[in-house]
Design a protein around this ligand. Structure first.
Ligand code: NIG
Ligand code: FE
Length: 408
């Protein structure tokens, strides 16, 4: 038996349950003072307050009167890629827009060239460094997308790198196939051809190797239309891949509306989301995964988080880590922006980065809360309470991370 008793927890703050929470329930967080948590063989078995049990066979960890929360869940990352794109900063400062850089063969397409040139080991080693940093910032579960191959072999290579990393790294990874991230340069004038390739070759190959749980599409002006997105995601469903959509990031072309109609597990961005998109997601039970660090980095508006939440759409928040629109691995920045830009309360933000984020990647039965039956994934903060981690900015406030009951 491998047992860990965490005691002397000044404040334990956690949402409860295994379902995403929207509306008034978004901020329903349980706060316990002077608490303790017992983890047995990687799974939380008891949570209490007051005097902790005395156990002969448990390792005891003193939380020093600090805050403990569930491990953070980063529900949207483009983890696997070759190269970086620091050259685009200068272009942006001179006024180039994100979609203009892409239309000129830069942006995503420049990362595609670097990714195609990298081996599976190179891709995995580079991403492992990113995961190390994420773990230090308190992330214990993370979604990871392909999408920088845009041809069969490189997409498979990216997904295989994710599979290898999931075995080798402490952070649990959930893989998403994003072959529909852009039109590759050789298909610039043959959209139908690339969609056929996605549907007839890539999706079947990804499914045959069991490499992805989700299929995602960048539904955007100059990338994929809402109808094309529907075709790709419906085909993905036939192969057992659940739908996700990059929706309404720059232009509102129907991505959020489609997300609700097609029963997407989550849809992301929603910066320019219309009321019809909000209503559709509320009806379809889709989690809105908001990416405030991307809004900040692009100098764009911030998604209508309060409208989404009030309409009953559960709101999650993630980094969107990628080499272009958000080269950021730090969920603590997302927490700050969630409060300051979406005007969410600390409790609403905590739910967004734990339980709702877990639900956005189908992991809410395992992680996202601190309660019996969930995996022993927790963060011990160098902070007395939840307000403190939302209020401080720019420091890493993580003191210790516990993953499956082991101090990492
Ligand atoms: O979510 N918008 C599409 N995909 C990413 C950006 C990827 C990139 O620029 O490399 C996003 O912002
Ligand atoms: Fe993204």
């Amino acid at each position: 038996m491998n047992n860990l008793l965490i005691q002397n927890i000044g404040t334990l703050a956690t949402p409860l349950g295994s379902k995403a929470r929207g509306g008034g329930a978004q901020g329903a967080v349980k706060v316990m003072k002077n608490a303790w948590v017992l983890i047995e063989d990687g799974v939380i078995s008891q949570v209490g307050d007051g005097t902790p049990p005395v156990l002969a066979d448990a390792q005891v960890l003193d939380a020093g009167g600090n805050l403990v929360t569930p491990g953070l869940v980063d529900a949207h990352t483009h983890l696997i890629f070759g190269g970086w794109r620091q050259n685009e900063l200068g272009l942006k400062l001179h006024g180039a827009a994100y979609l203009d850089i892409l239309a000129q063969g830069g942006g995503i397409l420049s990362t595609v060239r670097s990714t195609r040139a990298a081996s599976e080991t190179e891709l995995a080693d580079k991403a492992a460094l990113a995961l190390d940093e994420m773990l230090c910032f308190g992330t214990t579960t993370c979604e990871a997308k392909s999408g920088y191959g845009l041809e069969l072999e490189t997409e498979l290579r990216q997904l295989r790198a994710i599979r290898t990393l999931n075995q080798r790294h402490t952070i649990d990874l959930v893989p998403t196939f994003l072959g529909a991230h852009a039109l590759p340069e050789d298909y610039k004038t043959n959209r139908e051809g690339y969609i056929r390739l996605l549907c007839q070759q890539m999706l079947p190959a990804v499914a045959a190797e069991g490499l992805a749980k989700y299929c995602d599409v960048f539904c955007e002006t100059g990338v994929f239309t809402a109808e094309e997105t529907r075709t790709i995601l419906e085909t993905g469903k036939k192969y057992g891949l659940l739908p996700k959509i990059h929706a309404d990031e720059i232009d509102a072309i129907g991505g959020s509306e489609l997300a609700g109609q097609i029963g997407a597990v989550s849809a992301e961005h929603h910066i320019v989301c219309r009321q019809s998109g909000i209503d559709s997601m509320a009806r379809g039970g889709t989690v809105a995964c908001l990416l405030p660090a991307t809004s900040f980095y692009l100098g764009a508006a911030f998604a209508p988080a309060r409208q989404l939440q009030q309409a009953g759409v559960p709101v999650a928040m993630a980094t969107d880590f990628n080499p272009g629109s958000c080269p950021c691995l730090n969920m603590q920045l997302v927490i700050n922006l969630g409060c300051l830009k979406y005007r969410f309360t600390p409790e609403e933000v905590l739910t967004a980065v734990t339980l709702n984020a877990a639900a956005a990647i189908g992991m809410a039965d395992k992680v996202g809360t601190v309660e019996p039956g969930k995996q022993g994934d927790l963060v011990i903060w160098d902070a007395p309470d939840l307000d403190y981690i939302c209020y401080r900015m720019g420091s890493n406030l993580v003191k210790q991370v516990v993953k499956r009951g082991i101090l990492v």
